[in-house]
Design a protein around this ligand. Sequence first.
Ligand code: PSU
Ligand code: MN
Length: 302
Amino acid sequence: MINPVLSDDVATALADGVPVVALESTIFSHLGLPSPHNRDALDRCLTAIREGGAVPAVTAVLDGVARVGLGDDEHARILGPARKVAERDLAVAIAQEWDFGATTVSASVALSAHAGVRVFATGGIGGVHRGAESTGDISADLDAMAHHPVITVSAGAKAFLDLPRTLEYLETVGVPVLGWRHDHFPAFYTRSSGVPVPHRVETAAEVAGVLAARSRERSGLLVAVPIPEADALDAEMLDAVVAQALTDADEAGIVGAAVTPFVLGRIGDATAGRSVPANLALAENNARVAAEIAVAVAGRSS
Ligand code: PSU
Ligand code: MN
């Protein structure tokens, strides 16, 4: 079985009951954000977690080793080109000794669980894609949340997924979805998708309480945090851009993994580059909320 290597500071924190927040590496690699914004995003997330009183734990596969927590000198290694690693790919990345496998949400949640880390922050999760009724494209992120006892903190799901179906799927697999001081599932760049969240929470202590009281020992939960008001993009404009980009992608025969960068590129063009600062702001905000939750979780178990 997989046995991730922990950095010294993460191992010490876990042993001492000090709060830890895991981060994925895909969003900070070239798969997620362009340079130099990716470095900025990573610095801001690490700082937000530390200022919140928790120890950050970046997950990745480096030189064929699954890692939870990197040394400061190693963080630069996740800022470049990468091979995407979902949970099922972890085993392959290890067996084939990949230089750098960038962990997605599913891989990060799995590694967090194996390391004993209870809280994980990201930008947006993967989910049920529009048209999944014919393509079957449903992100492994959803199943990972159902099968590992980790709290995922995100600003909803990727901008162009089928959000109602994503929430239906999470209901089916038994993942509680908690709106952070908000009644609607956020839509990444915008605060509300219009789809109600099943439950709303106001405090980190409530989130820790839900984790403690869940009925399946090996299941996690999702905390949906809307992007800060000042950083949100215009919802109507975004809807139109995404719809057009998906049509264009379809007509150009762009499918699978190539769709995300194509659509994100279009959103960047249409917002005159404002989508990248929005992405950074929401990731940092999620890291801050995750640290608060990690402090509450650690407080409960001490
Ligand atoms: N959200 C984004 N951009 C991304 C991702 C999410 O706006 O690049 C990444 C995350 O790492 C997430 C992954 O876990 O995409 C989901 O990929 P897939 O749909 O292939 O499961
Ligand atoms: Mn997919």
